[in-house]
Design a protein around this ligand. Sequence first.
Ligand SMILES: [Zn+2]
Length: 320
Amino acid sequence: MFKKIILIFCVIFTIFISQAIAKEKEPQAHTDEMALYKKTEALTQIPWYYLAAINQYESNIEKNASENRLISINIPEKLWFGVSNPNHITNTNIIQISNGIGEDGNGDGLADPTNDEDVLYSMANYIKRYGVIEQDIKIALWNYYKRALTVQSIEQIADVYKTFGTINLEDSDFPIPLQHNYSYRSTWGDARGFGGRRIHEGTDIFANYGTPIKASRYGVVEIVGWNRFGGWRIGIRDIYNNYHYYAHLNGFKDGLSVGDVVKPGDVIGSVGASGYGPPGTSGKFPPHLHYGMYKDNGYSEWAFDPYPYLKRWEQKAKNK
Ligand SMILES: [Zn+2]
């Protein structure tokens, strides 16, 4: 019996330790990643925060991320090797003659699309063909991705990284201060939100008029203003390709405007009951914050249930 307890204790302890180690790995990976961005910036003049943002965007849309890699940028084979290099020869001269963009970043004479340094260096040099200032980079990104939301998202992520000077931005916060009265439950897919329209896409957090509303993640304000259903609403796109939709507000934080960079805990507005009519309509339902989340996978955007996220952010905020 006693041996059994010891054994169980050992197993639990081992799990605990291995989890602790797994968690500690991350900061080191971030340090190595950052070192690679800085090195590539020194070689190419492309600011580190753009390189980091491209990588972050691609890692957000990646289905099967490789755990041993720091860089998730996936340059299509044809673009990497060139159109007249069907055998995918990694010799840089052959790639160049074939009009590929693959280059050698680590000095081994090969342009290897599975090597982090080679990939980042090649991406930076691709951009550099257009120039190194913001406007040039935007054009380069447009020509590379050919998708407005992708280019916009990368620029937003770059803005966040530049503002805080780091890629270590995993904090979160619950959108309502914990000391205020509030309540919410899982209502995903309920047949009606207020107004009896389509399926309810989000979570309603009921609170009193004027209760502060906070940003939950690092991101950039994408929309501020009125819309018929949402009333006074704010849209924030975070660094994980999620669009956070805050609706039915009473008002916005003074001066809040499109393009503002926010961090978790920043007050952005207050709870109200606006919406379902022309600008200024209010009081057609009890005051609450409608919280919606939408994910971009690189092709399209869709709504998903924010409830599990809210629960997690609330728990984390309670632990602080
Ligand atoms: Zn709602």
